[in-house]
Design a protein around this ligand. Structure first.
Ligand code: APR
Length: 251
């Protein structure tokens, strides 16, 4: 078992080192070790709040105060989180010239906080608020300190600039992510259940262009037996740390 684990890690590190041109696709799992629970699963946000009731654009438009009950809990957790070794390991891989960019479904800003330069935020960012009446934008932290739900100068309740169910992916993020996915030669898929479209289609785009798909997740996902070439069945922090030390040895 230990041999098999070692072999898969060695193969993943060799692939990253020789192909170099890697992109990471990350999901909530990469931030679990930073203290942010994932969405799905027993500790998940969607166990407590039904996303169809609390996380759709329709729900926000009809009852923003109710949706802010969920959002304020989320913002509270996010504001206490700091990057973990998986975030900083990806930033280091970028500095080493192994990783080109990170496409993240997360809205926590932890990749940037860890030092990653090229981050494509597929589902937006929680740290900006937007007014759906006059399109004013505000930094979240300051506005939230004034009270929940935060309001625009025009009186409208503000929405975090993140993608709720039923909202489109920001056009530039969608375009950039597709282009990165189609031109990378390794895709590191870290901590995503791959259940939410369109992000879950990104690995197939990369695979179709010949990329090697390396999945880091302690569990299996719909990708594992269909698209994934190498499954590192570990927590993100451990797996990225190990990959990084192998990469340092090789290069
Ligand atoms: N390291 C790596 N992966 C982990 C860890 C960990 N320490 N802990 C959990 N995971 C894995 C889980 O096994 C699961 O496959 O992370 C995944 C988290 O899945 P989700 O909670 O579904 O998160 P994600 O895939 O990012 O969700 C996609 O759904 O609700 C929406 O907009 C929200 O961006 C989110 C999208």
């Amino acid at each position: 078992m230990a041999d098999r684990r070692e072999k898969i890690f060695r193969e993943a590190a060799d692939t990253l080192a020789s192909r170099r041109n890697a992109v990471a696709l990350t999901g909530a799992g990469i931030s679990v070790e930073s203290g942010i629970p994932a969405f799905r699963g027993t500790q998940g946000m969607w166990e407590k709040y039904d996303p169809m009731e609390y996380a759709t654009i329709g729900a926000f438009l009809s009852d923003p105060e109710k949706v802010w009950a969920m959002l304020s809990e989320m913002v509270d957790v996010l504001s206490r989180a700091v990057p973990n070794p998986a975030h900083s390991g990806l930033a280091e891989m970028e500095r080493m010239g192994v990783l080109r960019s990170v496409i993240t479904q997360n809205v926590d800003g932890l990749h940037q906080a860890a030092g990653s330069q090229r981050v494509i935020e597929f589902h937006g960012n929680a740290w900006e608020l937007i007014c759906l009446s006059c399109w004013n934008r505000y930094p979240s932290r300051e506005k939230i300190r004034e009270g929940i739900p935060p309001r625009c100068e025009c009186g409208t309740i503000l929405k975090p600039n993140l993608v709720l169910f039923g909202e489109p992916i920001p056009w530039s993020a969608q375009e950039e992510a597709e282009s990165e996915a189609q031109s990378c030669s390794v895709l590191l898929v870290i901590g995503t259940s791959a259940e939410v479209s369109p992000a879950c289609h990104i690995p197939r785009l990369s695979k179709g262009k010949g990329a090697v798909i390396v999945e880091i997740n302690p569990e299996e996902t719909p990708l594992t037996r269909s698209v994934t070439d190498l499954h590192l069945r570990e927590k993100a922090g451990d797996a990225v740390t190990l990959l990084l030390s192998s990469l340092r040895e090789i290069s």
